[in-house]
Design a protein around this ligand. Structure first.
Ligand code: C5P
Length: 253
């Protein structure tokens, strides 16, 4: 698997060189069929290296599609958001490890024992790096209160990220609103992956905690997940290249 960058620094020499920003952009293939997903992949015209397969596509196309994407040279982020009892989650981690996916998500809300079991299962050659999903970027304080969480998103994300770290998981998914807090609290070694990326004024859709690519990267995000702003663009390759340019610029600020 390719190295998953925690956070880039000037000293790694990558800022000025060509493909490094490609390591920071993940395109979310939220499609109902492999055919539609692969059609979008073709339209990306090799602008991107990382693709995310989430629940919608995975239930339709399964491990076969992950292997197809790997054979085409892409790194795959398998966003399955596993959340079950520890034994079941550990088994699922082992099963999907064979696909060659580089990243796999589990829900931090599943608790310390579940995350520790997943981390143990992922401690094997060829297994994906685990990311703990903290609070979905579609949730705000009102949504959290609705499920009985009285903490605000910042507090809850920090709590879950620390729990993930203590459970042996060194990567988290959070919104751009919490990325700086997590970077300060957890240091440069953790991988922080940020969805909810929108250009200023662009439709947020179901997302609540959104920010621009520039904001997310300059606050310390390691990688950005971008779906609809690329997949629904008239020219997906151009939209991807614009975000890559934004990442490059944010890194040089
Ligand atoms: O289309 P959009 O850019 O909103 O897509 C964001 C992607 O990131 C979706 O595939 C969604 O499942 C995923 N995601 C998220 N919030 C999280 C974790 C993953 O939006 N906390």
């Amino acid at each position: 698997m390719s190295q998953v960058l925690p956070v880039p620094s000037e000293s790694d020499g990558a800022i000025a060189s060509g493909p490094s920003e490609q390591e920071q952009l993940i395109v979310a293939l939220d499609f109902p069929t492999a055919t539609e997903a692969l059609a979008l992949v073709d339209r990306l015209e090799n602008s991107c290296r990382w693709l995310k397969v989430g629940l919608e596509l995975y239930y339709a196309a399964g491990n076969g599609l992950v292997e197809t994407l790997r054979k085409r040279g892409f790194e795959v982020f398998l966003d399955l958001k596993l959340h079950d009892i520890p034994n079941t989650v550990a088994g699922a981690v082992r099963t999907v490890s064979a696909t060659g996916a580089s990243l796999l998500t589990i829900h931090a809300g599943g608790g310390a024992a579940m995350m520790a079991a997943a981390a143990h299962a992922a401690d094997a050659p060829g297994a994906p790096k685990l990311l703990a999903v903290t609070v979905l970027t579609s949730m705000d304080s009102t949504e959290l209160a609705g499920v009985g969480v009285t903490a605000n998103p910042q507090e809850q994300v920090l709590r879950l990220a620390k729990l993930a770290r203590q459970s042996g998981i060194n990567g988290m998914v959070c919104s751009a609103e919490e990325v700086q807090t997590l970077r300060t609290a957890l240091g440069s070694e953790v991988t922080l992956v940020t969805p909810g990326i929108r250009a200023t004024g662009e439709a947020a859709g179901d997302q609540r905690r959104v920010a621009t690519a520039t904001e997310a990267i300059s606050r310390g995000a390691s990688m950005l997940v971008v779906g609809r702003p690329i997949t629904r663009a008239t020219d997906p390759a151009a939209a991807a290249r614009n975000i890559l340019a934004e990442i490059r610029k944010a890194r040089s600020l």
